[in-house]
Design a protein around this ligand. Structure first.
Ligand code: 13P
Length: 251
């Protein structure tokens, strides 16, 4: 039985006070929840604050990005070791905003996934097609390439620590959520990819989150689907009220 995950990606929102306040409210309000994994991805400067705020709670936290090198002349980048220092245990790799706005290619994302695993930071590897790719019928090829290239060289044992987030680009921040049929179809395709390329067990065990305009009023239709193991939430993760509702609706 796969445990569900509800994760909030705060993107480049909030300042220190509001980030700490939000984390505190989430941890306090959800302290009785133990059937769902809860995670937040605050902006990098606030990760270190989470060490104190989320200590001893059931809320995990992670970074939204990471570089793959251990150290060196990489101005502006953050190493896996630096992330470990903040106490965080998770990292988003390949969010569509990293892919599109910052032109991060599959082979770079592959290095980042490997570096995260080497440092025992759990990668949430994000994939998803654009509207043009969907409408041209290329969607499954696009997802397959992202999986193949992003996870190249990752063995079955390592895969146990990977979480997949399927986020169709056209659904991110648009208010247009994938229909349950669209989401289930793609999640089943992704799970089947793991069946073909890894094993029955890998396919059965890997958690595949949906992301893209999740709100309290649409989560129930998604979370109940066979191959959806939770959500990676942007906008609706920015208030404790809606985020906590999403967690409670996923139990
Ligand atoms: P929204 O929930 O705001 O659509 O964002 C989804 C997302 O990008 C989460 O990583």
């Amino acid at each position: 039985m796969r445990r569900k995950i509800i994760a909030g990606n705060w993107k480049m929102h909030l300042l220190a006070d509001s980030a700490v306040g939000l984390a505190k409210s989430i941890a306090e309000d959800l302290k009785d929840v133990n059937e769902v994994d809860i995670a937040v991805f605050p902006p990098a400067p606030y990760l270190i604050l989470m060490k104190e705020v989320l200590k001893g709670t059931n809320v995990k936290y992670g970074a939204q990005n990471m570089y793959f090198e251990e150290k060196g002349a990489f101005t502006g980048e953050i190493s896996p070791g630096m992330l470990k220092d903040t106490g965080c245990t998770l990292v988003l790799i390949g969010h569509s905003e990293r892919r599109k706005v910052f032109n991060e290619p599959d082979h770079l994302l592959n290095k980042k996934v490997k570096a995260a695993l080497d440092f025992q930071i759990q990668p949430y590897f994000c994939i998803g097609e654009t509207l043009e790719e969907r409408e041209s019928g290329e969607l499954f090829n696009v997802i397959e390439t992202q999986l193949k290239e992003g996870l190249a060289g990752i063995n079955e044992k390592q895969l146990e620590s990977v979480v997949i987030a399927y986020e169709p680009v056209w659904a991110i921040g648009t208010g247009v959520v994938a229909t349950p049929d669209q989401a289930q179809e793609m999640h089943a395709f992704i799970r089947n990819w793991f069946l073909k390329n890894y094993s029955d067990k890998s396919a059965e065990d890997i958690r595949i989150l949906y992301g893209g305009s999740i709100k309290p009023d649409n989560i129930k239709g998604l979370i109940s689907l066979k191959d959806i193991d939770g959500g990676l939430v942007g906008g609706a993760s920015l208030t404790a009220e809606s985020f906590n509702q999403l967690v409670r609706y996923s139990r």
